[in-house]
Design a protein. Structure first.
Length: 168
């Protein structure tokens, strides 16, 4: 299977925030941004894997600035780390006021996906070629983030097993 670079699968998606995206205090509802983050990350990973993907884990998602109605939201996703069947995407979100041109970075999120074959089973994905120093560093950090997620999964699984045993 041929390895791929980060730029081979980079995705950029822009959307104008209108009244349907509002929360009850007149800014953009965070749920819309979470959906767009998930979709943009999934697109980058689908491009990398050339398979459908499912979302497995979303790391901390922090909203540093409110996004206003009328802003142009732009999401950029890059594959930051790959395992055997799993891939992590880094998704960056900016909000631009198209009248003033002011543009703020509102979020960075890391989302983990797994590529699926036609039978719905995890399938191997191409290796990732990190070309720049930044990409190389991010890939090492991605490996650590993945180790942490798997530790969390083991904790949750063992808590679930204890609960099942208590109910017996
Ligand atoms: C994704 C899924 C098929 C993985 O099933 P599984 O039995 O854990 O399969 P595996 O153990 O072979 O894991 C597949 C990969 O996912 C990774 N993985 C699974 N659970 C994970 C978790 N909680 N955190 C991080 N990675 C995880 C594994 O490390 C493995 O990666 P690798 O192949 O790169 O080493 C299963 O968890 C699933 O169907 N989840 C629901 C997905 C979904 O419906 N998402 C929401 C809607 S899109």
């Amino acid at each position: 299977m041929q390895s791929k670079t980060v730029k081979d699968s980079r995705v950029q998606l822009s959307q104008l925030m209108g009244p349907t995206h509002a929360n009850n205090i007149g800014n953009v509802h965070g749920g819309w941004i979470m959906k767009l983050v998930d979709e943009t990350g999934a697109l980058a990973c689908m491009r990398h894997a050339q398979h459908r993907v499912v979302t497995v884990a979303v790391d901390q998602l922090m909203f540093r600035q409110p996004i206003r109605l009328g802003d142009l939201v732009t999401l950029t996703a890059e594959v930051s780390y790959v395992g055997r069947t799993s891939m992590e995407a880094e998704v960056n979100v900016t909000a631009e006021n198209p009248v003033t041109g002011e543009c703020v970075h509102t979020n960075t999120a890391y989302v983990l996906y797994v590529a699926m074959d036609d039978e719905g089973k995890p399938i191997e994905v191409p290796r990732l070629i990190a070309e720049t120093e930044e990409e190389k560093e991010r890939m090492l950090e991605g490996e650590k983030r993945q180790e942490y997620r798997l530790t969390q999964r083991r904790r949750i699984d063992s808590a679930g097993n204890h609960q099942k045993a208590d109910r017996k």
